[in-house]
Design a protein around this ligand. Structure first.
Ligand SMILES: Cc1cc2nc3c(=O)[nH]c(=O)nc-3n(C[C@H](O)[C@H](O)[C@H](O)COP(=O)(O)O)c2cc1C
Length: 403
């Protein structure tokens, strides 16, 4: 974690089970040299006492907005002026909803309205609450307004469920939060990345899929985050841990991916489509498992074409900078140039998937970046380095566009 020496950090604590971890966050913040003040919501006091946080922070904990005593000392405007950064951990679904609608009906929400610096949220809630469209919409709105996000993580939850929604561990949160004070080349930009394969069900036990591992998309997500972007990652089923400081939306089918893209595309500055979206899906999904006829006869599976997500995005009136990937087995550059033109992309990243040492499941890649004006070969190297260069290329082009 980066040093927070001489930084004034306001820690917001809201009413979730994970509030007991806020005590440890205060301890680590103090250890890294920060001055800490804590603001708690009413509900948070049911989970951890102000006395604990006061003893650890060495400062009076604020809980009331309409409190004559605290308004005379460290009132909401004073707290907003004092803070260099605000971290809300845990951030409940309720607080996320209230912040997203600009409410100022308690001390914490009012301070965030009056504050002009970096605000990060460490969401913590049940997995179904996290997946709920209203929570996702609220969060998305905050992300597009430059709020930072630390997590959530996935795993077993206090309620017994398993999935995304657990608050990250204090040190993981602070690792992300401390880097929010750095400004990268994509600082303030919203980036939507799709990654991985899709699965198109045939019957309850079978599906059509492809060999995409998701490595390239996830690696690009890391690189964009490192450069200060707010990243939303819409991912098919893969075996990779997502970056903890981006909004991850898990999908299975091409239709779900398309719906998720449509839901999140507004306000995006960059769209990077690395997902290997199935071109076709079964015309009919059987309710029960298809049985073998047992008479050596052949079986015909009727497929219907899926929507072209990349094309949809590039045809939007108010479109972001659109990046596509061309995974080709032959005529790499020619096919990629055709795709760039037909799908009206700003940039296409072409890679030769017939070469087993690069592409789909490998650690390395060699790609050619193609735009209307130029071609740039990025020689074979690990996907992390390739991603960094792709992100630098994109940021260079969007910054040119804005100048
Ligand atoms: C035992 C218990 C645990 C809860 N845990 C969470 C949680 O982890 N995340 C969450 O979003 N809400 C949780 N809630 C619901 C919040 O406490 C409730 O929405 C409250 O209004 C949040 O208020 P606040 O956001 O102002 O702190 C929990 C409620 C109870 C009773």
């Amino acid at each position: 974690m980066k040093s927070l020496a001489n930084k004034n950090i306001l820690l917001g604590v809201t009413g979730g089970i994970a509030a007991y971890k806020s005590a440890e966050i205060v301890r680590h913040l103090k250890k890294s040299g920060a001055s800490v003040r804590v603001v708690m919501t009413k509900s948070a006091e049911e989970f951890i006492t102000p006395l604990t946080l006061q003893a650890l922070s060495g400062n009076r904990v604020s809980t009331e907005l309409l409190d004559t005593e605290s308004e005379a000392a460290m009132g909401h405007i004073e707290l907003a002026k004092w803070a260099d950064g605000i971290l809300i951990a845990p951030a409940t679904a309720n607080t996320i909803a209230r912040l997203s609608s600009g409410r100022g009906d308690d001390l914490l929400s009012t301070v965030t309205l009056a504050f002009d610096g970096p605000i990060s949220l460490a969401p913590a809630m049940n997995q179904a609450m996290w997946r709920d469209n209203r929570t996702q919409d609220n969060l998305n709105k905050l992300l597009t307004q430059d709020f930072g996000i630390c997590g959530p993580g996935s795993g077993e939850q206090a309620c017994g469920d398993t999935g995304l929604g657990r608050m990250l561990e204090p040190l993981e949160i602070l690792e992300i939060f401390s880097s929010s004070f750095d400004k990268g080349v994509l600082s303030g930009k919203n980036v939507l990345i799709t990654a991985g394969p899709t699965q198109e069900p045939i019957d309850p036990v079978r599906f059509i899929t492809n060999r995409s591992s998701g490595k390239m998309g996830y690696s690009l997500a890391h690189a964009a985050i490192e450069q200060g972007a707010q990243v939303t990652l819409i991912s098919g089923p893969v075996n990779i841990e997502p970056p903890s400081n981006c909004n991850v939306i898990a999908i299975n089918t091409a239709k779900e991916m398309s719906d998720a893209v449509k839901h999140h595309i507004k306000e995006m500055d960059v769209y990077i489509g690395t997902a290997a979206v199935s071109d076709y899906s079964p015309a009919e999904v059987k309710d029960s498992k298809i049985k073998k006829a047992g008479d050596n006869s052949s079986m015909i599976l009727e497929l219907k074409e899926n929507e072209d997500i990349l094309k949809f995005v590039s045809e939007l009136e108010d479109r972001p900078y659109v990046v596509g990937f061309a995974a080709e087995t032959d005529k790499l550059i020619e096919n990629a140039e055709n795709k760039l033109k037909h799908k009206k992309l700003d940039l296409i990243v072409a890679n030769d998937v017939s070469d087993k040492s690069i592409g789909f499941d490998s650690e390395e890649n060699e790609v050619t970046l193609i735009t209307k004006e130029e071609k740039q070969l990025l020689k074979k190297q690990n996907k992390k380095k390739i991603s960094k260069k792709i992100i630098e290329f994109i940021s260079g082009r969007i910054n040119e566009q804005n100048n």
